[in-house]
Design a protein around this ligand. Structure first.
Ligand SMILES: [Zn+2]
Length: 342
């Protein structure tokens, strides 16, 4: 048996309990406790038939009212929990957890070698110059003593940009020599670093885009001895002072005499390996005394002015320095490769 006032007690307890509930699981337990098949309201309702006849309707409506009131509270609580759950997830950031490490970029090996070359020559008082990648035939060939019918043009397989073959992608950085001679007073010493382009295959040792460093030193008493001293110092700074440097006669249309300059192989220490084709030597530089015709084409007419010029492939230097066996790595944007250089 129970009294009508017991329902009030049930409601009072239910309200106290639901207000303390903090998650969906507790709320579901609460719902089952009051509204489940074996819940409190089911038990109360089952007792109605045994009640005094006059009390039955009052009791029935009182139970219905209580159920309605608690059902409303249940729905409200359910909504509240749904909104506070997402809010508490937003608050759940733990400010004491260490942050995720930032991904740092690395410098490209071509950039690293270029910067090292710049530092060496800046230390020798050389200025740093640049020139356009799109050149005219005059600066790329004509002014460098390589007229249209010159057999040496075969040394460069050129990307021409127009039918008349007037504009082209420079095949070397040597045009910068002419541009500098035209606008700078003598004596001068400069280097220029940049991209160069040739119609080469794209394989392990060739790329249609590559990088060169060009150098020029011009004055009234510049001799081949200066060339030897500057370039020997440069190569020893770059590859280490234990290397040997070798000069052999060579040919370029824009220098006379010309030399090809090799270092003792840094991989096998001069004993012979695959990289040096078992010669013990690695060819690094082409150089020579500036051809009088180049001075004349650039408008330098003082016969007492002499100078030397040199050029080197930066990709090749980087490949030797970092023991990279395929030039295509430089252009592949493979993070696994690039991350190794700092
Ligand atoms: Zn070797």
């Amino acid at each position: 048996m129970f009294e009508i006032n017991d329902i009030d007690t049930v409601v009072k307890n239910a309200i106290e309990e639901i207000s303390a509930i903090k998650d969906d699981d507790e709320l579901e337990k609460w719902r089952i406790k009051y509204f489940g098949r074996k819940g409190i309201f089911a038990a109360l309702t089952s007792k109605i038939p045994q009640m005094e006849q006059s009390l039955k309707p009052i009791l029935g409506s009182k139970i219905n009212l209580a159920k309605k009131q608690l059902t409303t509270l249940y729905e409200e609580k359910k909504k509240l929990l749904a909104s506070t759950t997402s809010a508490s997830q937003a608050d759940a950031f733990n400010l004491t957890i260490p942050g995720l490490p930032t991904e740092y970029g690395t410098l490209h090996p071509i950039t690293l070698v270029s910067r090292q070359i710049v530092r060496i020559f800046q230390g020798l008082g050389f200025g740093i110059h640049t020139g356009p990648e799109i050149e005219t035939d005059f600066y790329n060939f004509e002014a460098l003593n390589t007229p249209a019918d010159h057999p040496a043009r075969d040394m460069w397989d050129t990307f021409y940009l127009d039918e008349q073959k007037k504009f082209l992608l420079r095949t070397h950085t040597s045009p910068v020599q002419v541009r500098v001679l035209q606008k700078m007073p003598v004596p001068l010493r400069i280097i220029a670093i940049g991209k160069t382009f040739r119609r080469d295959a794209f394989d392990a040792s060739h790329s249609p885009v590559f990088h060169q460093v060009e150098g020029l030193m011009v004055g009234y008493d510049i001799s081949f001895s200066n060339l030897k001293a500057v370039l020997t110092f440069f190569l020893k700074e770059l590859f280490g002072h234990s290397i040997k440097v070798r000069f052999l006669p060579s040919y370029f249309p824009f220098t006379e005499p010309s030399a090809e300059i090799s270092i003792s192989c840094v991989i096998c220490d001069g004993n012979g390996c695959q990289t040096c084709a078992y010669t013990g030597w690695l060819e690094i530089l082409g150089a020579g005394m500036v051809h009088p015709e180049v001075f004349r084409k650039a408008g330098v007419n003082d016969e007492n002015i002499t100078g030397f010029a040199f050029g080197a492939g930066i990709d090749r230097i980087a490949m030797i320095k970092y023991k990279i066996d395929d030039i295509r790595h430089f252009f592949s944007n493979d993070m696994r490769f690039l991350k190794q250089f700092r």
